[in-house]
Design a protein around this ligand. Structure first.
Ligand SMILES: [Zn+2]
Length: 154
């Protein structure tokens, strides 16, 4: 079996399958987080709450923005930075996900994500070919076409 440890895919699986409550029910309550500032879970933050939760519309997930660190965090970051690296409760994010989801479900989600990425790459390639085709058709000769391609790239 392949390694199945691509951080991009692990991030996708974590973000799409776990809420903040799922990763730490004692600490997080999404409704409360969305309505007031909070202490940032990612740095030493005790006096004034330095973070706020937002809905990422594009991904449809809740993220935490830390005003001090000027950085966004998702549940993937919490699993990776806090549960795995700080607490060392699991040896890796992959280990955490397999433990929580079961190996079969994890493998299924991983394969689906790989397929999505492959399809995305294919679509991008088709777009690029179409773009070059159109550009070529707009030009009377090859030199013009190459000049134009070259200029548009810059
Ligand atoms: Zn912070």
């Amino acid at each position: 079996m392949a390694m199945r440890d691509d951080p991009k895919i692990l991030r996708e699986i974590a973000e799409q399958n776990f809420s903040w409550e799922d990763v730490n029910p004692k600490r997080f309550n999404t409704n409360v987080m969305l309505n007031s500032n909070m202490f940032c879970p990612f740095h030493e933050n005790h006096s004034t709450p330095a973070a706020k939760a937002f809905l990422d519309d594009e991904k449809d997930i809740i993220i935490i923005w830390c005003f001090t660190e000027q950085r966004r965090f998702s549940v993937y970051d919490y699993i990776n930075l806090i549960i795995v690296r700080q607490w060392q409760k699991f040896s890796s994010v992959q280990d955490y996900l397999i433990n929580r989801l079961g190996e079969e479900k994890f493998n299924e989600l991983y394969t689906l994500a790989e397929q999505d990425i492959a399809l995305g790459n294919e679509a991008l390639m088709e777009q690029t070919i179409e773009y070059i085709d159109n550009l070529y058709n707009e030009h009377d000769n090859v030199i013009d076409f190459i000049n134009c391609l070259y200029l548009e790239k810059e």
